[in-house]
Each structure stands twice: as C-alpha cells, then as structure tokens.
Write a new protein. Structure first.
Length: 232
C-alpha cells in the first residue's frame, strides 16, 4: 500500500499547500478518520522542525514528541482537532484548533494546559457492570460511573489517568466553535438549537462578537474560554 497522498485530494482541513508538489504523506490508521493529519506533515510543513521523514523518525525514536501525553513512534500517526502536541525538551506545547476556514492549526499553550485535552461526546452506551462508556470524537472511549453526560456535550480528559476534569453541556448559551463548514474556526455562543424532524440534521444559530451564523449541529463543539487560544 502506498504511503503517499495526492495534495489536491487531501481533506480541506489539512494545513498543506496543494499546488507546490504533487504528493504528500498519507495518514496511517488511527484516530480522527480521514480528517487526521499525519504527524510528519505538522513537524515538517507547519512547524518546520524537520526537513524529511527520516529526521521525523529519528526525533520520534528519541521520545522527543508526545501526543496527548504519550510518546509516538509512528510519523504517519493521524493528528486531529483538540489533540495536544508536546515537545518537552523544547518546553513547547500546542493544541490543534481550527483556524478561520476550518483548516487545522497549532495554538501554543502552556505546560499546565497540555496535561489534558478536550473531547466531544459522539455517543454513549451502558456496558456490563452498570457503568457508562462515552465515545469521543476521535474514537477514544472513557468509562464513567454516572449518567450526567449526553451526546454532543464536551469533556476535558486528563492525559495521564484518563479522568474527567471538566464537563461542558451542549445547550443554549454554551460557548462553541465550528470545526467544519463555511464557518469553520468561528467562536460564539449558542443562541438557538432548531430540531429537525425526520432524518435531517438539527441546526444551531451561533452569535459571535461580530455577527451570527447558522450551521448544522454536527459542525459545532462546546468549548471553554481556555480552549480558544486566549490563555492570557
């Protein structure tokens, strides 16, 4: 199987130039599905910390790069929205966040903020023993012993022990960001949630500092002000 991907056909969220070269690196198996960007693309094309895949492999072999608190040794590992990218030796930490237009970008954060990450709850189910399993947007499963969480809520998960350190319900008045669509990267408060009967998607109206926009419910994620990149 080829390890290359044509630049012209990469997802719109990938932060790569499409007309500079014919090919880029293909994402490997892992979280975030087709939206995940290969780690080497961020290291080489965005941060410019390496010049080649070979250099990326060497850095990874030295456990110099952590993703969500874990050392990674696969340069094709998909990186996606809200992942935490850490370089302990450089004392540099980044959160993957959508910029205007919905392309993934790296927002610099401090070391304390890099200890946990945000996750949108895509589903929940009861498991043997009576506990509840939450499935997050990147495929991660989190086990909880209570039922206060709902699909479309967001939680903050500690990178070490996987405990939940914060919970943000999806409701009117919630702070959200659009991660896809024409309004990708915009941040605002939910004004209204319009339920669509049948199989169609619900829509949500969001007010920003400048205006308001309407998008489908699946495109918004509840966040906290600490996750907007304005940590000061």
């Amino acid at each position: 199987m080829t390890k290359h991907q044509k630049r012209l056909s990469v997802p719109k969220t990938w932060p790569v130039e499409r007309k500079t070269d014919t090919f880029t690196v293909k994402a490997g198996a892992g979280p975030h599905g087709e939206e995940g960007v290969p780690l080497v693309v961020l290291l080489r094309d965005v941060l410019e910390y390496v010049d080649s895949t070979k250099e990326a492999r060497y850095a990874l072999s030295e456990d110099a790069i952590l993703v969500n608190g874990q050392p990674i040794n696969d340069e094709q590992r998909p990186i996606g929205i809200f992942d935490i990218l850490a370089f302990p030796g450089r004392e540099e930490y980044y959160r993957v966040f959508p910029d205007e237009g919905g392309r993934l970008s790296l927002t610099e954060i401090d070391a304390d903020a890099a200890d946990s990450r945000l996750g949108k709850i895509d589903g929940k189910q009861q498991i043997p023993g009576g506990d509840t399993q939450l499935t997050l947007h990147d495929g991660t499963n989190v086990i909880v012993d209570d039922d206060e969480y709902s699909a479309k809520d967001s939680i903050v998960v500690d990178n070490d022990d996987k405990s939940i350190v914060a919970h943000f319900p999806y409701e009117e008045g919630a702070l959200v960001t659009a991660i896809r669509g024409n309004h990708g990267g915009k941040i605002g408060e939910v004004d209204a949630i319009d339920v669509t009967l049948g199989s169609g998607s619900n829509t949500v109206t969001v007010s920003t500092d400048d205006d308001e926009f309407e998008t489908v419910e699946e495109y918004v994620v509840v966040i906290d002000e600490n996750f907007t990149g304005d940590d000061e």
